[in-house]
Ligand binder design. Structure first.
Ligand SMILES: *[C@@H]1O[C@H](CO)[C@@H](O)[C@H](O)[C@H]1NC(C)=O
Ligand SMILES: *[C@@H]1O[C@H](CO)[C@@H](O)[C@H](O)[C@H]1NC(C)=O
Ligand SMILES: *[C@@H]1O[C@H](CO)[C@@H](O)[C@H](O)[C@H]1NC(C)=O
Ligand SMILES: *[C@@H]1O[C@H](CO)[C@@H](O)[C@H](O)[C@H]1NC(C)=O
Length: 477
C-alpha cells in the first residue's frame, strides 16, 4: 500500500519540517482578532496550536474547543462551550432561533491553525444570518495521520455532546449544517451517524481518501448521515475520496487534477513536501470553490453523468433524466437545488472549472466532422473572447470521422468571437491536411433557446492555422 509508506514518511518527515519551519508554522497573519467587534466586547478567541514536542507529551488529550462567529462578531471569534450556554452572567452571542453552521477542519500536518477558516466563516455570514461554530481539534488533528484517523470518532462524540446541549435549548437537529473539510467531512459524517441521520445537512469538501477508501459506510461520510449530504471532490486520486459519499457528489474537472494546480504525479511525499502548498492545491480547491459559490459571483452547476469520460465525450448534456430538469448547484440552496423526491443518492455530477476564482466555466460542446483521414492527426482548438483564449487538444484517428468534446470556457457562447484550428501533428506520420466537413460549438445546459455556431467545409494544413470570426451574438438569442 503506497499510502501506508507515505504516511510513515510523512510522520518522520514532519519532525524535520517542524524543526525547520517551527517559527513560520505558528506565525499567523490571519488571526481572528484583526478587528475588535464593535457591538460586542470580549477578547477575541483563536485556535490553539501545537508543536511536535507538545504533541509527543500529550498525545492522548484531544482538547476540542469551539469558536463562535455571528453577524455581531464577524471579525472577533468568541470562545463557545456548553458551560457558556447555562451561565446567566454571560449572555451568549449564540442565537437559538437561527440555524447553525458547524465548520470542522481536517488533518493538520504541522499543528498550525487552518488559514481558510475565517474566509469560510465570513462568506457563510454574508450569505445567511446564522451562528457559525468552528470546531478546533488541532490537538487531535496534528502530525501523524494514522493517529489522527484514530481520533476522529472521539471528536465527533464530543461535538455531539455540544449539539445535545443546544437541542435542550430549543435548536432543532435539522437546523444544523456541518461543513467538513477533508477528514472533517468524516468527523461530520460520524456526528450524523450518532444522530441517526436527523441532522439537516452535511457538506464534505474533498472528504479525505487515505484510510477511508475501503471504509464501511458507518466509518465514513455517506448519504444516511444527514437529511441532505453533498460532497465536492477535487483530489480523489490523492488526498480525497474517489467514491460518491453524498446524495449529490460534485466532481470538479473529473475530481482529480485541478486547473491551475501543478500536477502531483510523482508520488513521493519527500519530493514535494517542501512545497506543501502545491501538494494540497487540488485538495483545497473544493474549499475555495465552495467559498466562491457562497460569494455568489457565478453558479457552479453540475451535470449528472455516469463517468467523467462520458461527460467529456458530450454524452451528458443536461439534467432532464434523474433530476427532472434542475441541475444541482454548489452553495446553500436547499438540497443544492435538487427538486426531485426522494432525493437520489450517490448521484455523481460533473463540471469543468477555470483555474482561478470565481472558477465558473461555461460548458461548450464541440462537434467536429472530418473527411476520412489517411493518417492520424492532432488538432488544437482555440476559442477566443476578447482577451481570453482557451486551448484544447484533440486527437483524430483514421477510423472515426465524428468527434464530440466538452470544453471549458470562461464566458458564454455568445461572447466567443473566434475559433481557431491548428493541425499540430508531426510532420512525417500525421495527416498533412485535414478536410473538416463541419465544426460546431454550442453551449449546454442551454439557458435559453441557444443555437450552435457552425462553420462548414474547410481545410486545415500543417503550419497554417485556420480561424474564423463570429459576429458577437450576446443579446440576440
Ligand atoms: C487553548 O487556547 C485557549 C485560549 O484560546 C486556552 O484557554 C486553552 O487553555 C488552550 N488549550 C491548551 C491545551 O493549551
Ligand atoms: C500559537 O503560537 C503562537 C506562536 O508560538 C503564539 O504566540 C500563540 O499564542 C499561540 N496561540 C495559542 C492559542 O496558543
Ligand atoms: C469571497 O469574497 C471575499 C470578500 O469579498 C473575498 O475576500 C474573497 O477573496 C472571496 N473568495 C472567493 C474564493 O471568491
Ligand atoms: C418534474 O418537473 C415537472 C415540471 O417542471 C413537474 O410537473 C413534475 O411534477 C416533476 N416530476 C417529479 C417526479 O418531480
Amino acid at each position: 500500500m503506497p499510502w501506508q509508506v507515505n504516511i510513515f514518511l510523512l510522520g518522520t518527515f514532519v519532525i524535520f519540517v517542524t524543526t525547520v519551519v517551527a517559527g513560520e508554522s505558528s506565525s499567523d497573519d490571519s488571526r481572528f482578532s484583526t478587528g475588535v467587534g464593535k457591538e460586542w466586547k470580549h477578547d477575541c478567541a483563536d485556535f490553539n496550536n501545537t508543536t511536535w514536542r507538545e504533541f509527543q507529551q500529550q498525545r492522548t488529550k484531544l482538547q476540542v474547543q469551539y469558536l463562535l462567529l455571528t453577524r455581531r462578531n464577524v471579525d472577533c471569534a468568541a470562545m463557545f462551550s456548553q458551560d457558556s450556554l447555562t451561565n446567566p452572567q454571560q449572555p451568549s452571542l449564540f442565537d437559538f432561533s437561527l440555524p447553525t453552521k458547524i465548520i470542522v477542519h481536517g488533518y493538520r500536518a504541522l499543528g498550525s491553525k487552518p488559514s481558510w477558516v475565517k474566509e469560510l466563516a465570513q462568506a457563510l455570514l454574508r450569505a445567511e444570518d446564522v451562528n457559525v461554530v468552528v470546531v478546533d481539534w488541532i490537538y487531535g488533528a496534528s502530525f501523524a495521520y494514522n493517529l489522527v484517523v484514530e481520533n476522529y470518532k472521539e471528536v465527533a462524540v464530543q461535538i455531539s455532546i455540544l449539539i445535545n446541549h443546544l437541542q435542550n435549548h430549543g435548536c432543532k437537529l435539522e437546523s444544523f449544517h456541518f461543513i467538513g473539510v477533508s477528514l472533517g467531512a468524516h468527523v461530520s459524517g460520524f456526528v450524523g451517524t450518532l444522530f441517526e441521520g436527523k441532522i439537516g445537512r452535511i457538506t464534505g469538501l474533498d472528504p479525505a481518501g487515505p484510510m477511508f477508501r475501503g471504509a464501511d459506510k458507518f466509518d465514513r461520510l455517506d448519504p444516511s448521515d444527514a437529511q441532505f449530504v453533498e460532497a465536492i471532490h477535487t483530489d480523489s486520486d490523492y488526498f480525497g475520496i474517489s467514491i460518491p459519499v453524498g446524495h449529490v457528489d460534485f466532481f470538479l474537472n473529473g475530481g482529480m487534477d485541478q486547473a491551475g494546480c501543478a500536477r502531483s504525479r510523482f508520488a513521493s511525499i519527500l519530493v514535494y513536501f517542501p512545497v506543501y502548498g502545491y501538494v494540497i492545491c487540488d485538495h483545497m480547491r473544493a474549499l475555495h470553490a465552495y467559498v466562491s459559490a457562497l460569494n455568489g459571483s457565478c453558479p457552479l452547476t453540475g451535470i449528472p453523468c455516469s463517468s467523467y469520460e462520458h461527460f467529456l465525450a458530450g454524452r451528458c448534456l443536461g439534467c432532464k433524466g434523474v433530476l427532472n430538469g434542475t441541475c444541482p448547484t454548489i452553495g446553500l440552496s436547499e438540497n443544492s437545488g435538487i427538486t426531485v423526491s426522494p432525493i437520489p443518492e450517490e448521484q455523481k455530477v460533473f463540471l469543468l472549472t477555470t483555474s482561478a476564482p470565481p472558477y465558473c466555466a461555461h460548458h461548450i460542446l464541440l462537434d467536429l466532422e472530418v473527411w476520412p483521414l489517411d493518417k492520424s492527426a492532432e488538432v488544437e482548438v482555440t476559442l477566443k473572447s476578447k482577451s481570453l483564449g482557451t486551448e484544447n487538444r484533440l486527437r483524430l484517428s483514421t477510423d472515426t470521422t465524428a468527434y464530440r468534446r466538452v470544453l471549458a470556457h470562461p464566458v458564454a457562447l455568445c461572447e466567443i468571437n473566434s475559433i481557431q484550428l491548428r493541425n499540430t501533428g508531426a510532420r512525417f506520420y500525421r495527416q498533412a491536411e485535414i478536410h473538416v466537413l463541419s465544426v460546431c460549438i454550442s453551449e449546454f445546459p442551454p439557458i435559453r433557446q441557444e443555437k450552435s455556431l457552425c462553420v462548414e467545409n474547410l481545410y486545415v494544413r500543417r503550419g497554417t492555422p485556420w480561424s474564423h470570426d463570429f459576429v458577437l451574438l450576446c443579446g440576440s438569442f
